[in-house]
Design a protein around this ligand. Structure first.
Ligand code: I3S
Length: 130
């Protein structure tokens, strides 16, 4: 269709701060460790960066927040609102990768989490038709 934008992937990019925890690795449950992450969506890959507070020296490092902690390939992934039992927090999204990793992603401001929900959903759909 000649009406479609020439660079579809360009609206499927986003970056910002989110509260996140891994809950499952390779299909195996892991202990929650909530922390704020600089989160980047680019090229169908979601990257959570390290929480500056996680620096083993205890000192907040200015560079640590740019160190990738987890990457999630959104091809074949699933995203949705998490069931109440999953967390006592509000506005919690559950993200499951095809590789068997599961994350909870959360932010108190509804509009912010809604924007992430939309862009991740759209990215998963786009990767599905490629
Ligand atoms: O699902 P859970 O186990 O109730 O999750 C809570 C715990 O991980 C808790 O830490 P420890 O029990 O490991 O000390 C966290 O501090 C809470 O934030 C977790 O629950 P929420 O409801 O915040 O996701």
């Amino acid at each position: 269709n000649s009406e479609s934008p020439p660079q579809k992937m360009s609206n499927l990019e986003k970056a910002g701060i989110l509260n996140k925890t891994k809950i499952c690795d390779n299909g195996k449950k892991v202990r929650k460790n909530w922390g704020l992450s600089w989160t980047v969506l680019h090229g169908g890959i979601l990257t959570f960066h390290k929480d500056p507070k996680s620096n083993p020296t205890g000192a907040a490092s200015k560079t640590n927040q740019f160190v990738p902690e987890f990457t999630v390939d959104l091809r074949g992934a699933m995203i949705g609102w998490a069931a109440k039992e999953k967390s006592s927090k509000k506005n919690v999204l559950e993200l499951k990768s095809r590789a068997g990793a599961e994350f909870l992603v959360q932010y108190d401001t509804e509009s912010i989490i809604n924007d992430w929900h939309k862009v991740i959903t759209d990215t998963i759909r786009q990767l599905d038709v490629e």
